[in-house]
Ligand binder design. Sequence first.
Ligand code: GAP
Length: 437
Amino acid sequence: MAKNESNKKMEDIISLCKRRGFIFQGSEIYGGLAGTWDYAHLGVALKNNIRNHWWKKFVTDREDMYGVDAAILMNQEVWKATGHVSGFSDPLSECKKCKKRFRTDQMEDSKKCPDCGGEMGESKQFNMMFKTHVGAVQDDTSISYLRPETAQGMFVNYKNILDSYHPKLPFGMAQVGKAFRNEIAPRDFTFRSREFEQMEIEYLIDPKNWEEIFEHFRKEMSDFTKEIGLKKDHVYEHEIEEPAFYSKRTIDFEFEFPFGRNELYGLAYRTDYDLSRHSKASGVDLNYLDEETKERFTPHCIEPSFGLDRSVLAVLSDAYTEDELGGEKRIYMKFVPAIAPVKIAVFPLLKNKPQLVEKAKGIYKDLKKEFGAVMFDDNGNVGKRYRRQDEIGTPYCVTVDFETIEKDNMVTVRDRDTGKQERVKIEDLISHFKKLF
Ligand code: GAP
């Protein structure tokens, strides 16, 4: 996509998110806070649907996963043991003239300020963890950090999971939650935020089987991208040539965002790095005893790591569609029904005809009881309502008209993508939609 075209598409998506109430700038009325975003009703619903789908696929539908919801604040020793305190940093340099700061590795010319052309200062490492103090005394012993990844909240609970549930290898721990990184240059809407949500799995294995299990998760991650509606030819698997020193193999799942191809998810074989480091630093034995072979060893770990906010952004970007319907230009969000924030909207043809409204309200209540995310809409004329529902990606609209009441007890069901309308008997509506979903 040409640069102008891609900028326009991002602007269109951001503007739709604000207009229709998906995502707003964090602390907007105070001028915002860079790198923070607030989800509103429809954005929350979209995010919840993706999160719930992930949890069902990777936790509830399996027999080898244990859910975790660990504290965001952790003992600072955790981050010393993993190397985050000494090494979780990006190179930063400051312009000597305008004092603006940039990530040195993202600059075309690291000696010249991209904003004012001034001379850049020396590049320094900048730690990305947000530091805070826990308790009333602020000294070195009270330091804590907002976690920069959810992963460590699982590794530190490995022994608890083992002692409580006695799982046999291989098994996984799964967690969804916030992570925080003081990114030097937050950018591209929610793509690089300072506060974001991750969905991570730490899958513990006997190293003998790592290749097979890695392949299993590679396929599961690829399937997940399709299930949430990402276009097959927009998702790429990129083998990292030189993975981080603790990883034997890493694949990045990249996505064709409007601003270019960029990382969506990661899959890494982290060896026994994390558990070994925690065992050494805490002095707690984190070995596993294989009861059949009587072998004792530190399990190795395969880590599928997903960004939830990046998933939402990718879904928004692939769903955003402009076309012409009935000779008029329109915008619609082509969400798959499983993750659409609203599944069905019900309208009375006219809002000032009590019989139509009453009938429509009855249908709305029945459908809502069955499908949950159903909306009643009687604002403006039907054409306007269709536009609104198209923009929030509602797959189907149901209209109650005079024929419904006077003639056939049928309603018009309209398909978002094709605009096609069909008459369906009221008593068949639930089974009709069950088939479609
Ligand atoms: N535990 C491994 C880990 O945290 P990562 O590649 O640094 O690996 C995993 O992060 C995922 O988290 C990324 O693939 C991305 O989806 C998401 N992510 C990372 N930094 C982010 C940021 N600043 N804003 C939004 N999402 C981010």
